[in-house]
Ligand binder design. Sequence first.
Ligand code: NDP
Ligand code: TDO
Ligand code: MG
Length: 281
Amino acid sequence: MRLLVFGQTGQVAHALQALPQDITALPRSAADLTDPAACAAIIREAQADAVINAAAYTAVDRAESEEDLATLINGTTPGAMAQACADRGLPFLHISTDYVFDGAGQTPWKPGDPVGPINAYGRSKLAGERAIAQAGGHWAILRTSWVFSAHGANFVKTMLRLSETRDALSVVADQIGGPSPATGIAQALVTMAQAMADGQGGGTYHYAGLPYTSWACFARETFALAGRTVQVTDIPAADYPTPARRPLNSRLDCSATRADFGIEAPDWQAALADVVRKVCA
Ligand SMILES: NC(=O)C1=CN([C@@H]2O[C@H](COP(=O)(O)OP(=O)(O)OC[C@H]3O[C@@H](n4cnc5c(N)ncnc54)[C@H](OP(=O)(O)O)[C@@H]3O)[C@@H](O)[C@H]2O)C=CC1
Ligand SMILES: Cc1cn([C@H]2C[C@H](O)[C@@H](COP(=O)(O)OP(=O)(O)O[C@H]3O[C@@H](C)C(=O)[C@@H](O)[C@H]3O)O2)c(=O)[nH]c1=O
Ligand SMILES: [Mg+2]
């Protein structure tokens, strides 16, 4: 199966290229997501069996002051990609986020639960979800959360960097979610693309690590695996002011992903051990 991937440098795009698949990954210089027509034209001419969009505007705090740009990249262009795929009969796979939910309650969110983003990034990603569904065709949206990897920028690498100069950190403990290894997301997308190329599955799905945890516990586990002595103090999000609000309940229920594709929620602690080993090597 030939896969066309938008994005080359990001965490998930990088993990996709490490898989033993026939993948063409497009960097920003070849496919700029600020140009929906150009991205659609690439799909119209591509030699591919399925298309995966792994590029996005992911700067959550910056999106508060650049919502139009975030919405173009995360909303309008994925819609145009989905339309081009629908016109050609190609499966289209896209990645979305826990931040489409408002974070109320403590129950894991199911794919069909009501959305209600509380920040600009979440609204831009929801715009993408809606544009893709509206395009029709054979599409899948995989919502994930708290992505980490040895490659690229993420919370784990931020914590490891801070541990070089700090012996104590205050970390938010009342936002709860599932850290998700980029390697697992990439494998899940390929499994889904193969099933979809065979005419199976489609719609909105969730993929996130278990057990659910807080950012503070995620940081503690990172330091323990790296053998770094950093005192982590639990704080409420209210004591860590940021431009964007973040949902308190980011738990994603992944049972439909297992039912439709046989994909299991990953064990983030095992994946974190691998990532820490690579980053600290
Ligand atoms: N990171 C996370 O914690 C989470 C991510 N997601 C979603 O998962 C997907 C993958 O995220 P992740 O791998 O972490 O992303 P990264 O933040 O690691 O990388 C973003 C990628 O998008 C590319 N990109 C950004 N703007 C443009 C543009 N205008 N044109 C072309 N390419 C562009 C970047 O390229 P360049 O290097 O040129 O900037 C980079 O390759 C996204 O859809 C994201 O919304 C969902 C939940 C959590
Ligand atoms: C650096 C730092 C962060 N924090 C908090 C802030 C925030 O609540 C939490 C995580 O910070 P980050 O900036 O890494 O998280 P953020 O960029 O919001 O991560 C999100 O990215 C987007 C793309 C997604 O789709 C989400 O699933 C999620 O992964 O940690 C602390 O409490 N102490 C610290 O020292
Ligand atoms: Mg961030």
